[in-house]
Design a protein around this ligand. Structure first.
Ligand SMILES: CC(C)(COP(=O)(O)OP(=O)(O)OC[C@H]1O[C@@H](n2cnc3c(N)ncnc32)[C@H](O)[C@@H]1OP(=O)(O)O)[C@@H](O)C(=O)NCCC(=O)NCCS
Length: 171
């Protein structure tokens, strides 16, 4: 049984192939993907398979985020490997109709708790383009600390991290 998480306003659950249309709506929205790369149908399908498979392999991964009140899939949030490293990164993408309500922060806090308490990770990192102010804000709000400027996925990013010890002393 793959884990699910419930927060005040959200349910974080596994992706299924039936989520394709909702995911493609996000991944093909130029405003949502402004700081990422737009994905074609084929790329979205490949991402969806990867989201599903990653869980089976590592017992962590991306969740589909359900807005409990509407029952809609409004985003994705979870953990993955930072490009070409063994480090685990927090990541998220939400539907723009649901921005600035604290939902990414709510999902990210639950994701960190899962990563530290269930997966027993030692450390979780997060990166964002510095101009992606909302994303940097979320990273800060969940208690991660700036470590360096870095370069991943072909772009300049700010790199933040939090250790399990640090996280535990604040939660
Ligand atoms: C990044 C993202 C997930 C944030 O989701 P969200 O649910 O709106 O996040 P929250 O509401 O929890 O927090 C957003 C914070 O950014 C702030 N913010 C957003 N836009 C801002 C702006 N232009 N200037 C200053 N602050 C801004 C909000 O005020 C809020 O901070 P606060 O609580 O201190 O007021 C969402 O914007 C998104 O999906 N973006 C597109 C995908 C993406 O870029 N993902 C991250 C890739 S690294």
């Amino acid at each position: 049984m793959m884990p699910e998480i419930e927060t005040a306003r959200l349910r974080l659950r596994q992706f299924t192939l039936a989520d394709f249309d909702d995911l493609f709506r996000l991944y093909s929205d130029s405003q949502v993907m402004q700081y990422l790369s737009l994905r074609t149908k084929e790329q979205t399908q490949a991402s969806l398979y990867k989201h599903i498979q990653h869980w089976q392999e590592y017992n962590f991964g991306m969740w589909g985020v359900i807005h409990k009140e509407s029952g809609k899939l409004i985003g994705r949030c979870g953990l993955g490997f930072l490009e070409n490293t063994p480090e685990v990164e927090l990541g998220y993408v939400f539907d723009k109709s649901y921005w600035n309500m604290g939902l990414a922060t709510e999902a990210s806090k639950a994701t960190l708790k899962y990563g530290f308490e269930e997966v027993k990770l030692e450390r979780i990192v997060a990166i964002a383009k510095p101009e992606n102010i909302a994303s940097v804000r979320v990273i800060q709000k969940v208690g991660m600390k700036y470590e360096k400027d870095a370069h991943y996925y072909g772009v300049d990013v700010v790199y933040y991290a939090v250790s399990r010890d640090k996280w535990q002393s604040n939660n």
